[in-house]
Design a protein around this ligand. Structure first.
Ligand SMILES: Nc1ncnc2c1ncn2[C@@H]1O[C@H](COP(=O)(O)OP(=O)(O)OP(=O)(O)O)[C@@H](O)[C@H]1O
Length: 262
């Protein structure tokens, strides 16, 4: 059975697109047939951070009834399929968000997991992705304003009959007070699926138009994304081979050097 998740937040800039790209890539890496869609049709960003722009066909054309979704589906990192949105104002004006439901219907038979990157804030168009998901995942920054905005989105989701799957807390400071997951779960009234640290590699990777899990797989943010993807995929997280090989190589080298001296 396909699972549809919508990545949502209160205000913009909390990291929805970053989460969509990295979670989608890791789910594909774990062998799940995954498709990520940029449902933020007015402020498309997913294609930009994945190096998929200036495309002949995007979600805009699909939502305008001019193309089929398979023509707007592109190959992303680790084989994740990506349906980016267009960048033109004209394309946005012509697209009909109500058609998103038909798009999902076309995709359900082909994938295990569909992930929608929702628009920020509370808008009429933004409600549609909330209602199409089996579970809405809130991306929250560890600040009161972000928590309050996310609570508004949570209430809206539940009001329109949607279901909150949980929250991902993004950009958590690595120094200072230790992050309190239990307290955050109490405040948000939902499960914390994972905590992603503030990590400059995330920004560096997106500047290079690659998800951090691909560009800097050993970074602290990548580590968090790998755990989150395993949780969403319902599999047990196993430490990645690349990291293990690196460590055991160093250990082995140290052992060989030590032996050769004695
Ligand atoms: N964990 C992190 N550490 C450092 N920088 C991050 C992290 N997560 C996201 N960022 C940076 O924050 C900025 C905003 O992230 P992103 O575009 O994913 O947010 P968004 O919620 O999708 O924004 P919008 O609602 O405007 O589309 C980007 O420059 C991104 O690289």
């Amino acid at each position: 059975m396909v699972k549809v998740y919508t990545i949502a937040s209160g205000k913009g800039g909390t990291g929805k697109t970053t989460v969509t790209a990295n979670l989608g890539a890791m789910l594909a890496r774990y062998g799940k047939k995954t498709c990520i869609l940029d449902a933020d049709v007015g402020m498309a960003n997913l294609g930009l951070i994945l190096g998929l722009d200036e495309l002949p066909v995007t979600l805009h054309e699909v939502l305008a009834g001019k193309a089929r979704v398979r023509d707007a589906t592109y190959e992303g990192p680790f084989g994740v399929k990506v349906v980016p949105s267009g960048l033109s104002l004209q394309g946005f004006q012509q697209s009909n968000p109500d058609r998103l439901k038909d798009v999902m219907t076309d995709l359900v038979s082909e994938f295990d997991i569909l992930i929608l990157d929702a628009p920020a804030g509370i808008s009429r168009d933004g409600v549609i992705p909330l209602t199409l998901a089996d579970g809405v995942i809130l991306v929250v920054n560890p600040e009161i304003s972000s928590i309050v905005d996310s609570l508004k989105t949570k209430i809206l989701t539940e009001t329109v009959g949607g279901h909150i799957e949980g929250a991902i807390i993004n950009r958590v400071a690595t120094s200072g007070n230790e992050f309190n997951t239990a307290q955050m779960e109490k405040l948000l009234g939902t499960r914390v699926i994972g905590v992603i640290p503030e990590d400059p590699n995330v920004r560096r990777a997106s500047a290079g138009r690659t998800p951090v899990v691909v560009k800097y797989p050993a970074s602290s943010a990548s580590h968090a994304f790998k755990h989150i993807a395993a949780d969403v995929a319902g599999i047990e997280y196993v430490e990645e081979e690349t990291e293990e090989v690196k460590e055991s190589f160093v250990e082995r080298l140290a052992r060989v050097l030590f032996r050769s001296k004695t």
